[in-house]
Every structure is written in C-alpha cells, then in structure tokens.
Design a protein around this ligand. Structure first.
Ligand code: TYD
Length: 284
C-alpha cells in the first residue's frame, strides 16, 4: 500500500479518510483502482479528500509449468485441496483452454489431426486462448481475491514455441506484453523431469484417453514431437528459471506424487506464506 502515501490501513484492509495530493492518485495502479470503492468527500484543485475501502485484496496467480507428463495437473489438484482447506478461495484452470472459446482453440492446437500448422499460427492460437482466458477467468479471479492456479501460461509458449519451435523468446515476450498486458504470475512451479520419461508417460496417458473415449479428436499432436524438440523445450524452461529466479521455482518431479507435493508446499510457504495454518480469507 506504499502508493497510498498517508492513509492508515486497518486490520480489515480499510483505509480511512485522508487528504491526498492529485499526484498520489495518478500513481495508483489501474488494477488497484478497480478494487477500491472511492468516495470523494471534498474537492479542490490540488487536494481531494477521499475515503477508500478495499473491496477485496488482490489474489495470487500461481502457474504450473513443465514438459508433458511431469504430473502438473495432479500436483495442481493436490495444492488446490490444501489451499481450500486453509480457507482460500481457489480457481483451477488451464491453458490452452480455460474458457469456452479457449477449449475450442485447444482442440485445434492439440489434435493430431491438425496437420501442417505453421509455428507462428500455433503461437498465435496459444495467445488467442490466453488473452480470452485472462479477460474471462484470470483477472476476474484475482480481482475477487482468489488464488488462481493455472496449468501452463506464457512460459509454455516461450519454452514450446520460442525454444522448441525456435521462434525465439523475444517474439513471445513481446506478444505477451501486447496481448496479455504483461501479466506475470506471483509464483511459477516448474516441474522438472527427464524429458524422455515424462513424454513417454504423457503418450501412454493420451493413448489410454483416446481409446477409452468416443471423442472424434485427440490431444496427441505435441507428443509426436522428437526427443530433440523436448530437449529444447526443457532448455527453454531452465533458461526462464535462470532469468527469473524470484518467480520460478524448480521442483524435481522425479519422486512420488506425495514427495513432490511436499516440496511444492514448502515453496509456497516460503515464497507466499499461503499454505500455512487455516485462516479466514476476507472478501468484502
Ligand atoms: P497440457 O494439457 O498441459 O499437456 P500435459 O498434461 O501433457 O502436460 O498441454 C498441452 C500441450 O500444449 C503441451 O504439449 C504443451 C502445449 N502448449 C504449447 O505448446 N504452448 C503453450 O503456450 C501452451 C499453453 C501449451
């Protein structure tokens, strides 16, 4: 709340009436303004008397990343259960997908029947899904004070399209700035594993799902890629983690699901102090 200047913040996140120079108001981030009910009590060219009441605290955005078959979805589910138990409001979502439009894009992007998709078109599909997802699910969730857990986000595009398809990191980061408002996760769990073992696991899983369902589409397009493609994807991920060590925590995903879950809980409590003892989440 440094941007507030002089107001006092009570335990209930209430900011009492005070005098603020206009300059201070200009510095208030636009997102924060959306969270505040602002009552102008008095006017004046240089000073406004305003009363702010936080409607809710902005939530946290946590993403899960890694090669196919590293167990991201399982870990995300386990974490969601712990966070809900601790009293947090949690949104679980995924990319590509997460919205009705995004799920349609997912079918096109992942179906092995989508032949000859150009790498740039593939990247554009990922960002189209993401822009819709941010507008429809992620931002509203964060604004409502929820912890938004997302299975893959822009790091996937940087690793798969930027590094795997050799489109480069800069193109991905630029598109992220333009199309996603440069939204950054508060924390990214990067599940690291042996590329061959995890991709084989994903292939077996997707074949099982394809056989057991009557769906006319599958999600096997990426699993058909070569070993060197997945090697580049892993290198891309590790480069992101090296560039942004404060945001990205690497988790060795080769242990049992229970062991990996414990590591993730430790990261959460040290980085965000979220998975600790039960507490009440205030959404006012
Ligand atoms: P996902 O459903 O997470 O697969 P898995 O559970 O096997 O890890 O992701 C589907 C595929 O989409 C995965 O192979 C990676 C790919 N992908 C990209 O190539 N770029 C992206 O930006 C995203 C979000 C996913």
């Amino acid at each position: 709340m440094e941007w507030m200047g002089t107001p006092k913040v009570s335990a209930a996140h209430e900011i009492s009436a005070t005098a603020l120079p206009l300059d201070a108001l200009r510095k208030v981030p636009r997102r924060a303004i959306a969270l505040l009910r602002m009552t102008v009590l008095s006017r004046g060219p240089q000073l406004l008397l305003v009363s702010f009441r936080c409607m809710s605290r902005r939530g946290k955005f946590i993403t899960f990343e890694g090669l196919d078959g590293t167990g991201k979805s399982t870990q995300m589910r386990k974490l969601a259960a712990v966070l809900r138990e601790a009293g947090h409001k949690v949104v679980e979502t995924r990319e590509p997908g997460g919205t009705a439009t995004g799920e349609k894009i997912r079918k096109v992007a992942l179906d092995s029947g989508t032949a000859g998709l150009a790498p740039l078109a593939e990247m554009a599909l990922m960002f189209a899904s993401r822009a819709q997802h941010i507008a429809e699910v992620i931002e509203p969730g964060l604004a409502a004070g929820a912890i938004v857990l997302c299975d893959r986000f822009t790091d996937s595009t940087e690793a798969y399209q930027g590094s795997g398809r050799r489109l480069g990191s800069e193109a991905v980061r630029e598109l992220h700035r333009v199309l996603c408002g440069n939204l950054q996760p508060d924390l990214t769990i990067l599940m690291d594993s042996n590329p061959q073992a995890s991709v084989n696991r994903a292939r077996r899983r997707n074949q099982r799902v394809s056989k057991s369902s009557s769906r006319s589409h599958d999600e096997n397009r990426f699993e058909q890629e070569t070993r060197s493609f997945f090697g580049r994807v892993r290198d891309g991920y590790l480069a992101i983690a090296k560039r942004e060590p404060g945001r990205v925590a690497i988790v060795d995903a080769r242990g049992t699901p229970g062991q990996t879950h414990q590591k993730i809980l430790e990261i959460l409590s040290s980085k965000l102090a979220l998975a600790g003892p039960k507490r009440t989440h205030h959404v006012r």
